[in-house]
Unconditional design. Structure first.
Length: 188
């Protein structure tokens, strides 16, 4: 389990692998039409939730993809507020990719960059050969640009649309060490 320490404006976050008992919370989060817009495989039924959770366990076992449920401790228990995933990890590989989503009630509070930073630091610590992490998003998702920048991922380039993504995208990157020179961010 990872912990993202509390800040002046955000409580501590707990990040852990998904568990079978997360199914109901996962389905509830995916009721949000905004989240469904940005994800390729929404989880709307118990069957889909079980499939999602089984795949997350297999991915951890395979060692190429690591999905974290991001939880906010509350007096009534832990509440699912986001997911962060490290993907495309290869043995001795120098680069990989991160992704995330945020539950509707947690948006705009700094949850995504805080959790993304925790997973980024974990990834660089755990995989010695890892030098760069990429964060990709569609060009029409400015909130993801803000999350990337707040988590230290610098804008790199515009990527042309390619299936399954219908629009051009942005690639942001963060390095284990000092970042090389890169172009200015979008719109600058």
């Amino acid at each position: 389990m990872l912990r993202a320490s509390a800040t002046a404006t955000l409580p501590e976050l707990l990040l852990r692998p998904w568990r079978d008992d997360d199914a109901d919370a996962l389905i509830a989060v995916y009721l949000d039409p905004v989240l469904r817009r940005w994800t390729r495989a929404p989880v709307t039924t118990v069957t889909e939730a079980r499939r999602f959770l089984a795949a997350a366990r297999r991915d951890w076992s395979d060692g190429r993809r690591f999905s974290f449920a991001v939880l906010e401790p509350r007096p009534t228990g832990e509440t699912l507020v986001a997911q962060v995933v490290l993907k495309n990890v290869t043995r001795g590989g120098g680069d990989a990719e991160v992704g995330y989503w945020t539950a509707a009630p947690a948006r705009g509070r700094g949850v995504a960059p805080h959790a993304l930073t925790a997973v980024t630091e974990w990834a660089f610590d755990r995989f010695a050969a890892l030098r760069r992490l990429d964060l990709l998003h569609q060009i029409d998702n400015p909130a993801s640009c803000r999350v990337a920048e707040k988590a230290g991922y610098r804008f790199q380039e515009v990527l042309p649309a390619r299936p399954p993504f219908p629009r051009d995208g942005h690639r942001h990157a963060r390095w284990a060490g000092p970042a090389p020179e890169c172009p200015p961010g979008p719109g600058r």
